[in-house]
Design a protein around this ligand. Structure first.
Ligand SMILES: [Zn+2]
Length: 149
């Protein structure tokens, strides 16, 4: 199985060879900050199976035990790297994030209570109405597509 992924702008791309390991959601304050979101979604992969196919990640040592990789051009969080043969990849940088459904949650002490009720939050279709439709039709994306090019 070969899995590909990369950052939003496409300056950094990678390929993962071999099976993925544990997929997790981490609610700790460090992951909240690093991802700018309610949790980090990470899946482990063998360090030897991760091949950087374009560009290079920048890193920030968020502690004495961990380096977090990211794209220096667009800021996308990419990795969570610790000592050993495995490291973690940010699940939503995979070209197909559905291959890594989380199976465990970590650091529940910082978990936001509203996460239990996400399905109850009202949904609004941003493309509704003429102005919305015209606005969305006028958007030109600079995001790298979810495949190699
Ligand atoms: Zn980028």
């Amino acid at each position: 199985m070969t899995i590909t992924g990369g950052c939003q702008c496409g300056a950094v791309r990678y390929r993962i060879e071999g099976a993925l390991g544990r997929a997790s959601l981490c609610h700790c304050r460090m992951c909240q900050k690093a991802f700018g979101g309610p949790f980090g979604a990470l899946v482990s992969a063998r360090r030897a199976g991760l091949i950087w196919t374009r560009g290079a990640r920048a890193t920030f040592a968020s502690s004495n035990k961990v380096e977090r990789g990211f794209c220096a051009a667009c800021g996308t969080p990419l990795t969570f790297e610790y000592a050993g043969d495995w490291m973690d990849i940010a699940i939503f940088t995979l070209d197909d994030p559905s291959v890594a459904p989380p199976t465990v949650q970590l650091s529940p002490e910082a978990r936001q209570g509203w996460i239990d009720h996400v399905a109850d939050i009202p949904v609004r279709d941003l493309s509704e109405g003429q102005a919305g439709a015209e606005h969305y039709a006028s958007i030109v994306s600079n995001q790298h597509p979810d495949f190699e090019r």
